[in-house]
Design a protein around this ligand. Structure first.
Ligand code: CP
Ligand code: NVA
Length: 307
């Protein structure tokens, strides 16, 4: 594995399998109540320029359970806000901490942080990508279905950071990934190009469609995310109208395989991209998915910070 986890694109299939194997071990140990402190005395700095429930809490609890401590920093309170460079911040933080987790807007800021930090940098979401989420999602599918290669995962809605990371993840692992989104809301063009190339090597497939009904046929998993991401609040009203046909409701779910799994990275806007009936219904695994953030990110921290 590389020093940082900034994009799933940087991982090999073997890296992903290693993360999944360790996640399984770590989760089983926790469920048995066994103590496990491979990161005893280590400190994870967590920088947030955007809100978070799952990422913040699962990283903070995760590092604690591994024997270390997590420190939360609002990006507003750091000297970064007053113009200190990312490079200088990276160099200074590397003298105090053993790892950095960052959630911010511009993806290039995380790349820059990783470049200048001598310690591991973990991407906790940017406008472009959300790798920890999608690694967790793929792990959760593996846990439920016993495999991921060859499965059809259908993403409905906005071609956003979550969708982009899904393209990379599916391409590395041989998942048949289908996106259905309105015209103009497709996943990032460069990500599409890179993922399609990776998919050729893994036996996966990336398809971008517009019709949600066509997309969900024979789906093993249907996935969605909010229609307006953090930072796009002013577009919310316009998007709600435009994205309506992409809502995951009972009617859409009934067009997929009978044992289809429904996933959402959360937070959900109930009644918009997903109905109450579906998110609280028998196909939904959204809370198992949220729980697995903890176990999977513990594995990532052990692999990156345990060296
Ligand atoms: N899914 C996810 O990253 O949730 P938070 O925004 O609550 O961290
Ligand atoms: N696409 C969403 C994901 C939240 C976890 C956002 O960026 O707000």
């Amino acid at each position: 594995m590389q020093k940082d986890l900034i994009s799933i694109y940087d991982l090999t299939k073997e890296d992903i399998e290693k993360i999944f194997d360790l996640t399984k071990e770590i989760k089983e140990r926790l469920k048995k109540g066994e103590e496990d402190h491979p990161l005893k005395g280590k400190t994870l700095g967590m920088i947030f320029a955007k809100p978070s429930t799952r990422t913040r809490i699962s990283f903070e609890v995760g590092i604690f359970q591994l024997g270390g401590i997590g420190l939360y920093f609002s990006a507003q309170d750091l000297q970064l806000k007053r113009g200190e460079t990312i490079a200088d911040t990276a160099k200074v933080l590397s003298r105090y901490l053993d790892g950095i987790m960052i959630r911010t807007f511009d993806h290039n800021d995380v790349v820059e942080l990783g470049k200048y930090a001598s310690i591991p940098v973990i991407n906790g979401l940017t406008d472009l990508l959300h790798p920890c989420q999608i690694l967790t999602d793929m792990y959760t599918i593996y846990e439920k279905k016993g495999k991921y290669q060859g499965l059809k995962v259908v993403y409905l809605g906005d071609g956003n950071n979550v969708c982009n990371s899904w393209l990379y993840g599916a391409a590395k692992t041989g998942i048949n990934f289908v996106v259905a989104c309105p015209k103009g809301y497709e996943p990032d063009k460069k990500v599409q190009k890179q993922a399609k190339k990776d998919a050729e090597a893994s036996g996966g497939n990336i398809t971008i469609l517009e019709d949600p009904n066509e997309a969900v046929k024979e789906a093993d998993v249907i996935y969605t995310d909010v229609w307006a991401s953090m930072g796009q609040e002013e577009e919310h009203e316009k998007r709600v109208k435009l994205f309506q046909p992409y809502q995951i409701n009972q009617e859409l779910v009934s067009q997929a395989k009978p044992d289809v799994l429904v996933m959402h990275c959360l937070p959900a806007h109930r009644g918009e991209e997903i109905t109450d009936e579906v998110i609280d219904g028998p196909h939904s695994i959204v809370f198992d998915e949220a729980e697995n953030r903890l176990h999977l990110q513990k594995a990532i921290m052990v692999l990156l910070m345990g060296k």
